[in-house]
Every structure is written in C-alpha cells, then in structure tokens.
Design a binder for this molecule. Structure first.
Ligand code: FAD
Length: 496
C-alpha cells in the first residue's frame, strides 16, 4: 500500500499529540521534526501545567478554544492512564474576595454550562474553607470546578513521543525546517538544516514560530507575539494548597495562581506581559514581573514563606495569535498544509482534542481515507522512579540491577538506575546530543533544593560513558552550552 507521508513541524505538546493520534493509521508515514536537541523544549516546557476545566473560554469569541479545552480535559483523563503520565485531579477554586466577584463567577458558571463542563458550582464560605482550610480569611466564596487537574507537561510530551515511536513514527531532532517545497499548489516536502524530508501533508505545530513557518508558503493572515508569564517555585517542605487556587479573573488574564505542583512544590504565577513578535527568545525573568506575581499570590495565600525558601524562578512565553483563537485548519491556497498555530493557553489541556481535530481535517478536508492499524499499542510505561518505590520494591530492583542502589540526586532521591533508564529512553526517541536537562526532565535529578550542585558531575560522567563522548562535551541544554572546554588537567597527568 502506498503511504501518505506526513511531516509534523514541532515536538511540543501539539506535535506530540498529533504524532500519537496519526500513528494509529497504517496508510500514513509520520515524521516528527524538531529543531531542539530534545522534545518539549519550546512553550510546552514552561507553563502552569494545568488541565483546565473549560469554563472560561467564550464560545462566541473563541470557538476552537471553547470546544477543544473541555474535550481535551476528558481525553487527558484517559491518556494519563494509558501513558502513565504523572498527574493529579485535585480541582480548582476561583475565589471571590468581594461581593462583586460573584457576578463574574456566575458568568463563568453560565459559560461553563454552555461548554458542557460538568459538576461546577458556587460554594459558600463554609464549604470553601472545608475544601481549602488555609486560604486567605478574606475569601467569601468560590466557583468549584472539580475536573481541573495538573500533569507533568514535559513528561507528557516525552510519553506521547515514546508511544508514537513504538507505533512507527520517525523523529528528526536537531532538524530545523528552513524551507517548504510547493509544486502546483501542493506541498512536496520540507527543507531542513540537514536534509530534505518528502511530505504529502505538512502540519505546522511550531509554537511561537508557527507564523514564520506559515509565511514560507505565503500564508500571512496571522502573527504570533509572545506573552510572558513568570513563576516562583518553593522548596518541598513549604506547605501549599490542596486545590488549584485562582483569583476571580480579569479580561486579560486568569490571574496569579497558587498551587502545589504534582511533585509537591508550592508554585505561584504567572503574570501576563505582552512582548514584541521579535522577542520570541526572551525568557528572562524580571524583578517587576516576579514582584507582581508575589503580591498577587499573597492575596490568596498570605502565608508565603521567606524568600530563602525559593528554589527557582522561571518564565514561559504564550504564543498569542492574531484574533486570540487557536488556528487549526487546512489552508486552501496550499494543498496539504495544515496550520496548528496560536496554541496559547489552554493548549496543553486541548492537545489531545487538537490531535483528533487534525486527524478529522486530514480525512474530511483533504479527503484521505484513514485505515486503522489492526495492531496499535496505546500503552507506555512510566520511567522507574526510585523515590516512589516501597522498600520491598527497592530491594527487588537492586537485586536485578545494583545501579538502583546508588543514589545520584539526594534532594529528589534519584538513583543511578533511574538516570541510566532515562539515557536509554533519550536514545530511543533519537536524542543525539547528550544534555543534563534531558536527564533532569525525565528523572528530576538537579531539580531539587541544591539545583544540581551535588549531582551534576555524576550525571555528566554517566552521560559521557553511555554516549561514548568526553565529559566536557556534555551540554547543559544542547550545542553551545557544553559544560567544559577540554581536558583541563591534562598537564598534571603528563609523565615528565
Ligand atoms: C506562562 C504559560 C502558562 C500556561 N499555562 C497553561 C496551563 O496551565 N494549561 C494549559 O492548558 N496551557 C497552558 N499554557 C499553554 C501551553 O503551554 C501551550 O499552549 C502549549 O505548550 C503549546 O504547545 P505547542 O506544541 O503548540 O508549542 P511548543 O511547545 O512551543 O512546540 C513547538 C515546537 O516547534 C519547534 N520549532 C519551532 N520552529 C521550528 C522549525 N523551524 N523547525 C523545527 N522545529 C521548530 C520548537 O522548538 C518547539 O519545540 C501556558 C503557556 C504559558 C507560556
């Protein structure tokens, strides 16, 4: 059978979800192309990681967002199980501190009902404090949305791609799309920094850069500008809330959120600062932005700890499109070119639904009959995590493989066995340039209180050994961030 070749540009949550969904069809040959050395290093790396409830997108103004968010939420309930993605379904409270806030909460409740969000209701002060005892005493009620949850967004992308590769998807990392070949109004393939990849269908899921990819084929009706959001993360002995806490929203932002992220750290953020389209690489945190986040969070969670308890601050960039809604469509001017652009929040939540939307577009708008594989594997096993094992499981694991008995990262209890498994999985999806961040995102080594001061050197040794390269060629996050300049002690070892 002749297969249609599909090239997906971008291995973030959108591209990864699409790759997995399309790996189900035997008449498609799917190529996932990513310019970074590893997957999920774009927008999908740094965000609030919420699986939103779908109540705040106005279906009149943003029909795609409104439709796909609630569908995505439902699909994630299934996908996190199939792919063993770390998650928690702890629900959200949108908190009122003034009587007028209830007008806005009523509007959200009404909108949520229109978008088919189940089980939402307004709770009074008494019930609110039962749900979240340590909330600010100024709170007078809230909108309770039990279907909201949190996932690990980077592991989610990794899991989707591991599963897609098992089902036949080919990855091309460190491969930057620089051109697109179009003949007689049809796409023919992508030109990259290192090869030409033939394609009958091209899916543009390039995040912040989706407008630039679209312009290559002459589509310029939208532009993407970054909207920065900044965060603080605290040490794991700082108590955080049980639920995701939102203030009552304003027209431009859902507000500063207070939450305990899935690995138990109190996290506050984000703010919303619009940048120019050319500032797509500006991930710097700012003093003013972080102060704004701190002040915003204090209104919901007055017992913020001293700043000595902060382990990290970071920023993410939302890809804000012209018009504000997701742009997901087959472009008529260029047959085979599908835009998945402007995937701003709630893009993480919507990703599984975006993937099925794209499969529908291929079938309906491009007229391609999709044939399901008789054998498609929906499952993927989570990486072994020493810190989650019972003492019996540790004994068992060490008996089989002694490297599980050697702790590499003491802050987060990550064993050498965890790191070696991470490296094996990096190679499985095609990571060519070994980096500490790739290990960090898979295992949480270097992400604890000491932020890698203790374990980084050991991880470098393991990466160097497993990839067969000199230790100083190991990078922090891809080429240009090598951790050394060469064998600096060579002179001390000379025989003279
Ligand atoms: C501050 C903030 C908070 C957010 N909070 C939430 C939330 O709580 N819940 C939620 O649902 N959503 C949230 N979002 C939105 C969500 O993070 C995004 O919608 C989602 O991650 C977008 O994923 P993507 O795959 O479309 O883009 P990306 O993750 O950016 O993936 C695109 C990929 O394309 C690659 N690429 C670009 N150009 C090229 C090229 N020329 N060649 C090859 N590869 C290329 C990039 O390297 C990148 O890896 C938030 C976003 C931010 C910034």
């Amino acid at each position: 059978m002749e297969k249609m070749k599909v090239a997906i540009i971008g291995a973030g949550i959108s591209g990864a979800s699409i790759a997995r969904a399309l790996s189900r069809y035997e008449n498609l040959e799917v190529h996932l192309i990513e310019k970074a050395p590893d997957v999920s290093w774009g927008v999908s790396k740094a965000n609030t990681a919420l699986i939103h409830g779908g109540y705040d997108d106005d279906p009149e103004k943003y029909p795609m967002r409104a439709k796909l968010c609630i569908r995505g939420n439902r699909l994630w309930h299934q996908w996190v199980k199939e792919l063993e993605i770390p998650h928690v379904w702890n629900g959200a409270l949108i908190v009122a501190t003034k009587e007028e806030d209830f007008d806005e909460l009523e509007k959200l409740l009404e909108r949520g009902r229109k978008n088919n969000v189940p089980d939402m209701r307004i709770v009074d002060r008494e019930e609110l404090f039962r749900l979240e005892p340590k909330l600010t005493r100024e709170a007078i009620g809230a909108l309770w949305v039990p279907i909201v949850g949190q996932i690990d967004p980077i592991i989610a992308v990794i899991a989707l791609i591991e599963n897609a590769v098992v089902n036949g998807v080919k990855t091309h990392l460190e491969t930057e799309v620089r051109g697109i070949k179009v003949e007689n109004g049809e796409v023919k393939g992508v030109e990259t920094n290192n090869s030409f990849i033939e394609a009958d269908i091209i899916i543009n899921a390039a995040g912040l850069y989706a407008d630039e990819i679209a312009r290559i084929v002459g589509i310029d009706y939208f532009e993407i500008h970054p909207r920065k959001g900044e965060y603080w993360i605290f040490d794991d002995d700082v108590p955080g809330p049980k639920r995701v806490l939102f203030p009552t929203p304003t027209p431009i932002s859902k507000g500063i959120i207070v939450t305990t992220e899935i690995f138990g750290h109190l996290m506050i953020g984000p703010n919303a600062q619009d940048l120019l389209p050319k500032e797509k690489g500006n991930l710097a945190t700012t003093r003013e932005g972080l102060e704004q986040v701190w002040e915003g969070a204090k209104k919901l969670w007055p017992q913020l700890p001293p700043r000595s308890k902060v382990i990290r601050t970071f920023a993410g960039l939302r890809p804000e499109p012209t018009g504000g809604d997701f742009i997901i469509k087959a472009e008529e001017e260029v047959w085979g070119f599908i835009n998945v652009a402007g995937i701003r929040s709630p893009g993480l939540t919507s990703a599984p639904a975006i993937a099925y939307e794209v499969a529908g577009i291929i079938e309906r708008d491009l007229g391609i009959e999709m044939k399901e594989k008789s054998k498609w594997n929906p499952y993927r096993r989570e990486i072994t995590r020493f810190f989650m094992m019972t003492p019996e499981q540790v004994n068992e694991a060490v008996k089989k493989n002694p490297s599980y008995g050697k702790i590499v990262c003491h802050c987060n209890s990550v064993s050498e066995g965890d790191v070696l498994e991470a490296i094996e999985r990096m190679k499985f999806i095609g990571v060519k340039t070994p980096s500490i961040d790739s290990v960090k995102f898979r295992t949480r080594a270097t992400a604890g209180t000491c932020q890698g001061s203790f374990c980084r050197a050991r991880i470098v040794q393991l990466l160097a050994r497993e990839y067969g390269v000199e230790p100083w060629k190991i990078t922090l996050k891809g080429r240009g961030s090598e951790i050394g300049i060469g064998d600096v002690k060579v002179f001390l070892r000379r025989d003279t």
